[in-house]
Design a protein around this ligand. Sequence first.
Ligand code: NAP
Length: 285
Amino acid sequence: MSIEYDKAKKFACLFGSPVAHSISPAMHNYSFEKLGIDAKYYAVDVNADGLEDVMKDIRVTDFLGANVTMPLKTEIIKYLDRLDISSQLAGAVNTIVPINGQLVGYTTDGAGFVDSLREIDVDVEGKDILILGAGGAATSVIVELAIDKANSITIAKRFNKTIGDVLEFANRVTTKTNVKTSVIDIEDNNAIKEAILQSHILINATPVGMTSNKTLIDKSFLRKELIVCDLIYEPPMTKLLLDASEVGCRYLNGKYMLLYQGARSFKLWTNNDMPVKEVKAEYFS
Ligand code: NAP
């Protein structure tokens, strides 16, 4: 397959499948227009089989940059010339930037999450953090929390066949950043209770709560000083966040993570700040 685009403009895109529902084209095209940047952003529905062809297309066009989403965040790496430190550690890429003829991979998901915490006046530096899940989103967030100098990161994960990879990942993060990491069993309620007691911030990075009214955390483990985040944005109030609001915690869903990861990509491509206030009012209110 090849990408169809307006050759009179600079060109940016999203690779993944499915992509039809994505808010990224609207948010980036609005920002290009607002700032007078002569570019257009396209959603390109492509899976691993079609990736080689579209990657050839972007090496020969007036290419501004791309986002990469499921299921290609790891698959894309073999087509890139180099990775920034976050992508190296996370083993995933969600942003491609052409720099001096090379394609460079970045991950802005974690930084987008940390940026979103400013919405509730939270800075991760020095904080003890418990994160539930160790998949793609969790990994990017963990890397950024470590780069931004969290005091400690506890990863709660099922002790199944991927536990070895997660232990290796946690070691890699500690070696590169000096931030203490540990891995606990998400199904061990005593370990979870203890970890919450010792944490300033709790983050749900599992899909639990997305399609059901379930939470992995017993409400009695929450206390009002705890900051509770859920990367899920639909529904906006998961059971975990409802419990947190009832206990009186500061809480945040994943909506603004989506906005700020886009703003980070936009800056990498254009060297301009995304007009976040306007984008927020237009697409995230
Ligand atoms: P993923 O790669 O599939 O990882 C999911 C993680 O959750 C895995 O570690 C998995 O455990 C764990 N998990 C799943 N079901 C579980 C259960 N019943 N009990 C315990 N652990 C369970 O998914 P992802 O891409 O990281 O996405 C995770 C969530 O983040 C999704 O809800 C997604 O919508 C959200 N997200 C939000 C944004 C945003 O911009 N706001 C961006 C990306 C993702 P195992 O390792 O044991 O399999």
